[in-house]
Write a protein that binds this ligand. Structure first.
Ligand code: ANZ
Ligand code: ZN
Length: 811
């Protein structure tokens, strides 16, 4: 003893020992409840940054805590290894994307190990491994069989000069020009694969049983965007059916014109000869814009009359048909009835093009013909609407739908904003789509026993924007599995969100070859109990994995509806200047440097101490030194022999220990890492103070040292392991049960007393019932609110009535 705390020495030592002894291996113990803790898998970009540490270390702390609480914990790790950066590196530096990715993984795996996490590395998953993506392909085939994968034309960005499709990243600027030749990009229709996530739209809106942040649920709900309304059939004067979707059937009498999306299939047919040139020009310019621009309410509305009319079915009025880019082909039916009196966009449009505005809703019957300065979007009474005039908007809404259904020209309808998931990517570094096109037999799925369809090596990366696999004849040309004649493979690859939609299942048995995972193991561990990761994945990944699980359930692979029962999102760690970390700002902190200087335990602990985990916050280089001092003091109180004697207050120390057990445990339940660490700091201070009074060699002191070590274990796993060994504890501290506190000891002995400042109650403090004047004073003056009030003031005196109150007089 008497040695100094030396993380550089103890951290590698314990990391090695943990690995050798396999204490983090998945372990099924029927006597213990299971806990599957999952944290989002990193992309192998080449280097772990502080954000990775911020995501991983607290997740690890929580998993360790659950293990000490008596759970069998499974905490795996892997790499989301397909994706664009590898391909870009290949193009830029001429390295093979596979080489680049796997080299990065070797390096990042080491970096991850240096954090000291309880990862079961024997279950690692790399999504670019054929033994992984084989199951992406297998799933694709199951989806296809069930009609959940289908091919359809969909718009992609296309450069008319380079003659290729472009990835979203290759379209630059507000003008949407081609990155390479500066030509304005247009939309072009390409046949691509979709997953039918919309079939699950309604079920995906059901979040019952999920303990997820309200914010994420709201984002998913909005993303799915359910609207109730009606589908109504209008007719053109020539008799063509034009179906519209509206959420306001109660305003049908106010429809004074129609608007079709420029891409609507009827536009060509309905356009008059006089209007054709201007309609074509408008369509071309609309095709250049992104959906976001088109929907923006700020953007001035534009459109053109197509020279045709429709009949409003409720009053047989002849109304003009326009096209405008604010109507999207991908939503509803791609056509609307425009009700300028009650819809803001229609109002603006009508004003601009001088189209009639007819009021059909009014706040009161007296205002039926009051002029409108803007669209009236509120509720009220229906006016100027024939048979439904006089009804309120709610009953009118139902009444109109009934009437439409009676007439057979409309029906109640639910519409979702959610689109099917486009999974085709014109990219190399991804999962090949297991489909063969045969001139005789058509679209033929690759037979399951021929999986995986391997991604070929040595592919040419000319950045043409088209699928590189297209130019690899060895890959592309194949034989039709059905007729044996020549066929061609699909040369697109799958969106990488496919990979991350089900990786949590693969972790259970990453080398299993009879299915995506071993159902025997799945039975014991699924579903995921606790998921942690960034909130930026609110709608894509977190929605896709829910969808995937529901399909797996319908395929009979799992028996539950939701992949992850509980979700926690961490915040973002900012630079010291409170800005997002970036190389150009020069505010990036490198975790490798920090860990080699202060030790991984200090970096972990500091990251958790910085503030509430869900909030993130700025890095602080002085702050980490404070944490190093704390760990050092913890080391000293545990390893140094205090002076002997029985003079100290044993009861007070026991109380402090038990109170800390309670606080740290409660905080860890709710991810309150920062307050848990604050509690540990207080305990260490208390131990420092008390040991001066002579408590050495007492059982209470021994209990305090052991408890502190156990409570530190989830946060600073290496330090705790070393201390535990020095205390003579059995290997490993991480397999010890979480200490229990004595409720009676805490409760009986504590009381709450008010803290007055100049006679007014400003705070309440919890103090030991036996606390004397000095202790009460110390606790009161340490209270945050009291400190705030004292700031800049002068303390005149304090009056303590032990067991009752404390009054602080300030000036
Ligand atoms: C007539 C009407 C009157 C409307 C009124 C609104 C207010 P949400 O709630 O988002 O589902 N709409 C329908 N399809 C559209 C498309 N493809 N592109 C752009 N707008 C479209 O919105 C549904 C409403 O958005 C529909 O109800 C329709 O306008 C418009 F006082 O119909 B409404
Ligand atoms: Zn064939």
């Amino acid at each position: 003893m008497g040695e100094r705390y030396n993380p550089q020495h103890i951290e590698p030592k314990w990391q090695r020992r943990w690995e050798e002894s396999g204490i983090y291996r998945m372990e099924e113990e029927p006597s213990r409840p299971k806990h599957y803790a999952l944290t989002m898998l990193p992309y192998p970009s080449g280097n772990l940054h502080i954000g990775h540490w911020y995501a991983m270390a607290p997740s690890d702390t929580r998993a360790r805590y659950m293990r000490m609480r008596g759970y069998s914990v499974f905490f795996p790790m892997g790499f989301d290894a397909f994706g664009l950066p590898a391909e870009n590196a290949a193009i830029k530096r001429g390295v093979d994307p596979r080489q680049w990715t796997y080299d990065n993984i070797v390096h990042m795996r080491k970096q991850l190990q240096s954090i000291g996490m309880m990862i079961d590395w024997s279950k690692e998953v790399i999504t670019a491994d054929p033994e992984y993506y084989r199951w992406n392909q297998w799933f694709f085939l199951q989806f296809y069989k069930r009609g959940l994968a289908y091919k359809q034309f969909a718009p992609v960005d296309w450069c008319p000069s380079c003659n290729t499709t472009l990835a979203r990243e290759q379209v630059v600027g507000a003008e949407r020009r081609c990155e390479r030749c500066d030509t304005p990009v247009i939309k072009r229709e390409l046949e691509q694969w979709f997953f039918r996530i919309t079939s699950y739209a309604e079920e995906l809106l059901d979040f019952s049983g999920l303990e997820w942040p309200e914010r994420i649920i709201t984002m998913q709900r909005n993303w799915i965007g359910r609207s109730e309304g009606a589908q109504v059939i209008f007719h053109s004067e020539q008799g063509d059916q034009i179906e519209i979707f509206t959420t306001r059937p109660d305003t049908l009498w106010g429809a004074t014109f129609m608007v079709l999306a420029p891409e609507h299939p009827l536009v060509d047919k309905l356009t008059s000869e006089e209007q054709r040139t201007i309609v074509e020009a408008y369509k071309f310019q609309a095709a250049r814009q992104s959906e976001i621009d088109r929907l923006s309410t700020e953007k001035e509305k534009t459109g053109v009359f197509i020279g045709a009319y429709a009949i409003n079915p409720v009053n047989n009025q002849r109304i003009p048909i326009w096209i405008a880019d604010y109507v999207l082909m991908g939503y509803g039916t791609g056509a609307i009835m425009a009700v300028p009196a009650h819809d803001e966009r229609d109002f603006e449009f009508a004003r601009k093009y001088d189209l009639p505005i007819r009021r059909v809703i009014a706040p009161t019957p007296q205002e039926a013909d009051a002029p409108l300065e803007q669209a009236y979007i509120g509720d009220g009474v229906i006016v100027n609407s024939g048979p439904i005039s006089g009804l309120d908007t709610d009953s009118g809404w139902d009444r109109v739908i009934e009437w439409l259904e009676e007439q057979g020209i409309g029906k109640r309808a639910v519409n979702y904003r959610l689109r099917d998931w486009l999974i085709s990517r014109q990219r190399y570094w991804g999962t090949p789509i297991p489909i063969i096109y045969c001139p005789q037999c058509g679209t033929i799925p690759v037979p399951e026993d021929q999986l995986p369809v391997l991604l070929p090596q040595n592919v040419d990366f000319r950045p043409t924007g088209e699928s590189p696999l297209k130019f690899n004849e060895e890959f592309r040309l194949t034989t039709c599995p059905q007729c044996g004649g020549p066929g061609e493979r699909d040369t697109d690859t799958m969106d990488t969100f496919v990979d991350s939609s089900w990786y949590q299942y693969r972790y259970l048995s990453p080398h299993y070859d009879k299915g995506p995972f071993d159902p025997e193991i799945g039975k014991n561990w699924l579903p995921v109990d606790q998921y942690t990761g960034g909130a930026e994945h609110a709608v894509m990944h977190l929605l896709y994995t829910r969808f995937w699980t529901k399909v797996m359930r319908d395929l009979g692979l799992v028996w539950f509806d939701e992949p992850m029962l509980r979700l926690f999102n961490q915040g973002i760690i900012l630079g010291e200047d409170n800005e997002k970390m970036s190389k150009s700002r020069g505010n990036v902190v490198d975790p490798d440097d920090l860990a080699s200087r202060y030790g991984a335990d200090a970096v972990r602990t500091f990251l958790m101490f910085i503030g509430p985990w869900e909030q993130g916050g700025p890095w602080n280089s002085r702050g980490i030194e404070g944490v190093v001092r704390f760990l050092d003091r913890a080391w000293r109180v545990v390893t140094e022999e205090p002076s002997g004697g029985e003079g100290g207050d044993q009861q007070a120390l026991r109380r402090a220990v038990h109170r800390t057990i309670k606080r740290v445990g409660e905080d860890l339940e709710t991810f309150g890492f920062n307050t848990a660490i604050a509690a540990l700091m207080e305990l260490v201070n208390e131990m420092m103070r008390v040991r001066e009074t002579g408590l050495g060699h007492t059982p209470v002191w021994q209990e305090a040292r052991e408890t502190l070590t156990l409570l530190l274990a989830p946060f600073a796993p290496h330090l705790a392991e070393e201390l535990w060994e020095r205390l003579g504890g059995a290997y490993s501290v991480h397999q010890q049960p979480w200490p229990q506190y004595d409720e009676a000891l805490i409760q009986e002995q504590e009381i709450e007393i008010p803290v007055q400042i100049n006679g007014k109650v400003r705070a309440r403090i919890t103090v030991p019932a036996t606390a004397g004047e000095e202790e009460i004073k110390r606790l009161a003056l340490g209270h945050e609110r009291v400190r705030d009030s004292l700031d800049g003031k002068q303390l005149v005196k304090t009056v303590v009535v032990p067991g009752k109150l404390i009054n602080i007089v300030i000036r």
